[in-house]
Design a protein around this ligand. Sequence first.
Ligand code: HEM
Length: 312
Amino acid sequence: MTSSRNMGQPTQDKNQPKKGSYTPAPGALTYNAYLKVNELKQLQICQSDPAHHDEPLFIIIHQAYELWFKLILHELDEVFAMMAAQRVRKATFFMRRVNEIMKLLAHQIHILETMSPRDFLGFRYNLSPASGFGSSQFREIEFMSGLRYPELLEHFSGDPSYETLKKRMEQPSLGEAFYTLLAKKGFKLAEAGESAGEAEIEQAQNKRVQEIAKLYTDEETYGDLHDLAEAFVEFDELLFLWRANHVIVVERMIGFKRGTGGSEGVGYLQTTLSKRCFPDLWKVRTVLEQPEGGAGPQSQSPPGKGGGCPFH
Ligand code: HEM
């Protein structure tokens, strides 16, 4: 409807929201309701009394980690399902999402360095004996990735998460599921028998690694499987990066004090840096040999055209 007084401009319909503003209809789903923002905001309970200014930072960063851990577990379940269905590209697709989350997690820890070591001491002892050591979701991720230590499972006996962790420990790991997939694609993967000694275990690994090296020497044939293997290696690298960043932040915050969980602290955390989820995929690097005809595609110039990379 127009009128002569507003020079032909359409008048504002009273039932329509004003330009640039939006009022949801009564009962419509809102952002806050969908994401349970009000409930989320109730979940930060300080142990210090009076509450220390920095404790909300400490709580929120850990809660953010736990939310991302939850999503990682959800995505890893999908990676397993896709591998079982031999949908290699889809398995890689979800593994890449996991890796993007891991990149964020590796760096997020540094936010804690905006807290001074002395301020941390203002509430640290209120947290004892709770510790990241008791993060059941972190252990689930480790168990699924093949890092399985019965003593870590026992740490959770009596905890509501025990049964889930036990199930994760009994299920095939990512590496085992990947080998089942490779076997279906014709790979012959040696395995040492149950009673094998160290020498036999090493021999079987060496044979396995030689077989897996085909993923890297014949990328044309095994492109999709190669990309999935590399996504696993990247995951392992990012887990290491998280551990390395965590341990240096811990040293910066508490030096060589013992952990609230009772471990030696930095000394214990340093022993975890050598953990690898996919040792065979790492070992492949050592056995790979220089390709015939040079270091890479650029150096393979047509005959008689000189060739060779100018930077080497
Ligand atoms: C001021 C910051 C932090 C300090 C001083 C700290 C300290 C420690 C210490 C000393 C341990 C060894 C276990 C113990 O005796 O308590 C540990 C383990 C652990 N922390 Fe932290 N931490 C910090 C932040 C974080 C954050 C933000 C996370 C994120 C989830 C986290 C997750 C873990 C995990 C998963 C472990 C077990 C590692 C393993 O056993 O491989 N920590 N932490």
